[in-house]
Design a protein around this ligand. Structure first.
Ligand code: SF4
Length: 350
């Protein structure tokens, strides 16, 4: 039975909780389904917006529940069309989401955050310089998708086509909240987005990658690889010390065999650190066990970080070697650099 004395966030209730609530109030059970659809299918963020409920019923909901929706705080638009939005959470913390439009390909991607800050301290990443404060609730992740979808419709006349969990935080350390948010985003009585259009990106936690496989998730997996040998990876991603490349490859192989979902490696090209031909040879070696796409990403300057971006011709040579080895490669020129919305730059600059 749900708690009714202290106000509870209604989006922490299951459908069964809501049914029990309405029955207790002497209301018809089907009201629960109506409210559920307002919450998760239509994505409303206040009781007043539930227009087919009577004032009395809306009042009852308001008396027992609250809705801790995220609120837009600041919007920045890049010259290249990328839009970064800072959202305020109910407890005053801030997170960021980025809308990356590619109108020619009718691709509109939102990059969502899953934690306030991050505990993994990857050395090239601005979020890694912030302390991890807490995980986002499933509804707070869901809200980012709903709000950025509205933004995309308003600005580009097209809703979101893709979701990537590559914003602030490590999704596999906010595991159940991330999976619960995806359940609502993909559910027939939710936003009904295909899980094939969702990519969860991890810095690499072998045990949790295996758990994804055991949970038979249907979304795509991206590994933020960024270095193709343990010594270099330890240098920039401390998480590698407990999750070395062998253990990660084993875990991803297991994930692929169990799910057959798409796998990609994200690889930020850092000048004179990981962009040599030797690095490309090492990376090609990590691409042999299962089909994988490599996304090479242009690095973006982060204040206080000593790395520089690789020269374009160097990235081209690197990519050419991988292609020669039969590996699918995309070179992603960075987006939203002028507003600090590019990969690794999300850090709530006030
Ligand atoms: S790259 Fe991802 S995992 Fe690493 S510090 Fe940044 S947000 Fe955290």
């Amino acid at each position: 039975m749900i708690q009714t004395e202290a106000k509870l966030d209604i989006r922490k209730c299951s459908l069964q909780d809501l049914e029990a609530f309405f029955e207790n109030q002497g209301e018809k059970k089907f009201r629960a389904r109506q409210v559920w659809e307002w919450l998760w299918k239509k994505g409303v963020r206040s009781f007043e917006d539930m227009s087919n409920l009577s004032l009395c019923l809306g009042g009852k909901l308001g008396a027992h529940f609250l809705m801790q929706a995220i609120v837009e705080d600041k919007v920045q638009r890049s010259r290249d069309g990328t839009i970064k939005t800072r959202f305020r959470l109910h407890d005053g913390h801030m997170i960021e989401s980025v809308l990356i439009p590619v109108p020619d390909e009718k691709r509109f991607t939102v990059c969502v955050s899953c934690q306030v800050g991050c505990s993994l301290t990857c050395s090239f990443c601005a979020t890694g310089k912030m302390k991890r404060v807490r995980n986002l609730d499933p509804a707070e992740i869901f809200d980012q998708v709903v709000l950025v979808n509205e933004q995309s419709l308003e600005v580009f006349g097209h809703g979101l086509t893709n979701i990537v969990f590559m914003g602030m935080g490590e999704p596999l350390l906010a595991y159940s909240n991330v999976l619960d948010s995806i359940a609502r985003i993909t559910a027939p009585d939710g936003l009904e987005m295909s899980p094939r259009r969702i990519t969860v990106s991890t810095a690499g936690i072998a045990k949790m990658i295996r758990k994804l496989a055991d949970d038979e998730v249907r979304f795509n997996l991206a590994l933020s690889l960024h270095a193709a040998d343990d010594a270099k990876r330890n240098e920039i991603m401390p998480i590698n010390e407990q999750n070395d490349l062998d253990s990660l490859m084993e875990a991803i192989d297991y994930f692929y065999r169990k799910t057959k979902n798409r796998i990609s490696y994200e690889y930020i090209a850092l000048k004179d650190f990981n962009d040599s031909l030797r690095d490309a040879v090492n990376l090609a070696r990590l691409c042999r066990r299962f089909p994988v796409r490599v996304n090479i990403i242009e690095y973006n300057t982060v204040e206080g970080v000593p790395f520089e971006k690789s020269a374009e011709d160097r990235i081209d040579l690197f990519a050419a070697h991988l292609r020669k080895e039969g590996i699918m490669v995309t070179v992603r020129r960075s987006r939203g650099k002028d507003i600090d919305a590019a990969c690794g730059q999300l850090a709530n600059k006030q």
